[in-house]
Write a protein that binds this ligand. Structure first.
Ligand code: PMP
Length: 397
């Protein structure tokens, strides 16, 4: 069969299963608005938690950064990188309370690159079942013995740690700090204690924690700091710059030894063009704003509380997430697609999440909140959700 015929069959299957995805082209997207086909939609689907993607200070810094050159012109090790890259790494090490940090071009590359650098066939990687795809792919690609445990279940993790210990080799436990499709937090204190007991290395993906949670001393560091855990307990901390920082790229933070090792062995760091200097400059400005304008995060937290109160009053099917990610579990793919389309007709952009991103039967609306929303916009969303879910299509909730 020709290539196109084979692909047509697979694509037809996707359509039949209601899982075919389409990319929306936005004409503009100043948070929290997106303009689609000339219509303004209120967005509740972006990860721009602090509204920094369209912050004037970040944009000015990024424009100034472009004066250093539109692109990095080669990979870090071939051509060197600029002072802005170094400054960004320094700033990330400071705000995460780690000795050093290394910037990658994306979170996907950071996770795959780190797991493949740290682990080989003789080792074990233990992952939460709901880990982000980039951790799952890294666990597959690194060739280590891959074990999974039931979501956020320390008893199940202990069983897998025992199996790994019996097999021998180094063991790394990889978890999301905040789960990207559920919004709940990892039970980090219990997980870290188990890693300590079994002499396993803990890697935490802080994509959704960095910049919006932390401790008193390290308010931006993420869910590990919020759980009172530092570099000793979490030697591998990964974070992204495309969410709370509103930009692009990612980082791994840890000991100087870890960072030196990744520079030598993380192939997605070594064999790719460096981050454009403008992006690094924009990220530095975003981190400065996070440090100096805590009111942005306070506004986000107030919006989360407000949304949850309004949604509970309206009997919407909330989960127990306290993060900016507030999924409404609807179950059936078709229902989720219909509800999402109806919300769009009413002027709201809300992500419809279906398998394979989430397990079958758990399709959901993924509502994300931002500091850039105001209470009347949240009221409007809740009212629209109630109206749409009451319409006939909203088969059993
Ligand atoms: N980890 C998690 C938990 C994520 O949600 C994402 C982004 N969706 C990534 C990693 C990948 O980050 P990036 O978008 O920078 O590749």
């Amino acid at each position: 069969m020709t290539l196109d015929k084979t692909l047509r069959q697979r694509l037809d299957e996707r359509h039949r299963d209601n899982l075919y995805r389409q990319i929306k082209t936005l004409e503009a997207a100043p948070s929290p608005i997106a303009v689609v086909d000339g219509r303004k939609l209120l967005t509740f689907s972006s990860n721009d938690y602090l509204g920094l993607a369209s912050h004037s200070e970040v944009i000015r810094a990024q424009q100034a950064g472009a004066e250093l050159g539109a692109g990095a012109t080669a990979s870090h090790l071939v051509n060197g990188h600029l002072q802005v890259h170094q400054q960004l790494q320094q700033s990330l090490a400071e705000v995460t309370g780690r000795e050093a940090a290394l910037v990658f071009s994306s979170g996907y590359m950071a996770n795959v690159g780190t797991l493949c650098a740290l682990l080989g066939r003789a080792d074990n990687v233990i992952s939460d079942k709901l880990n982000h795809a980039s951790l799952i792919d890294g666990a597959r690609l690194c060739g280590a013995n891959s074990l999974r445990f039931a979501h956020n279940d320390p008893v199940a993790l202990r069983r897998q740690l025992q199996r790994a210990a019996a097999r021998g080799g180094n063991t790394l436990v990889a978890v999301d700090g905040v789960y990207s499709m559920d919004g709940d937090r990892a039970q980090l204190a219990e997980i870290a204690a188990l890693c300590w007991e079994f002499d396993a290395w803990l890697m935490v993906d802080e994509a959704h924690g960095f910049g919006v949670m932390g401790s008193e001393q390290l308010p931006l560091a993420g869910s590990c700091a919020a759980a009172g855990l530092g570099q000793d307990e979490v030697p591998v901390l990964m974070g992204t710059l495309g969410k709370a920082a509103g930009n692009a790229g990612a980082f791994v933070a840890g000991s100087r030894m870890l960072i030196d090792f990744l520079v030598q062995f993380a192939r997605p760091y070594i064999y790719t063009t460096g981050m454009p200097p403008a992006v690094a400059a924009g990220c530095i400005a975003a981190i400065e704003l996070m440090r100096n304008a805590p009111e942005l995060n306070q506004r986000l937290q107030a919006n989360i509380t407000y949304f949850r109160r309004r949604a509970a009053q309206a009997n919407l099917p909330l989960t127990d997430s306290s993060s900016a990610i507030q999924p409404l579990l609807l179950g059936c793919e078709e229902t989720v697609m219909t509800v999402s389309k109806k919300l769009e007709q009413r002027g709201f952009l809300v992500g419809a999440i279906r398998p394979p991103t989430v397990p079958r039967g758990t399709a959901r609306l993924r509502i994300t909140l931002s500091a850039s929303h105001n209470h009347s916009q949240i009221d409007a969303l809740v009212d629209a959700l109630v109206a749409v879910l009451q319409e006939k299509i909203a088969v059993p909730l």
